[in-house]
Design a protein around this ligand. Structure first.
Ligand SMILES: [Zn+2]
Length: 90
């Protein structure tokens, strides 16, 4: 499932980019998609993630989501996929 987002100024208008942010569950080790949104990899890398908790859809446990637990995927319309993985750990 993908969702198109609009590109803010400063982006690359020739590419339509879809982005997804995943969190690495600290309990079961699976990745689940979050509602965190970043337009670009740079935004993701520079962002300060507010401390928040999410419930893992797989094991139903709550975890505190920090930057180290996040992964950012960028999908462009030229079919290239970029993964930027944080320093997630179990
Ligand atoms: Zn889990």
């Amino acid at each position: 499932m993908t969702q198109a987002i609009s590109m803010p100024s400063g982006g690359h208008p020739e590419f339509r980019t879809e982005t997804m942010t995943y969190a690495h569950c600290q309990h079961c080790g699976r990745w689940f998609r979050t509602d965190l949104r970043f337009a670009t990899v740079e935004d993701f890398e520079l962002a300060r993630i507010k401390k928040s908790t999410r419930t893992c859809p797989y094991c139903r446990k709550r975890m505190e989501v920090r930057k180290e637990h996040l992964r950012f995927d960028e999908v462009r319309n030229d079919a290239r996929i970029k993964h930027t993985e944080g320093r997630y750990f179990l």
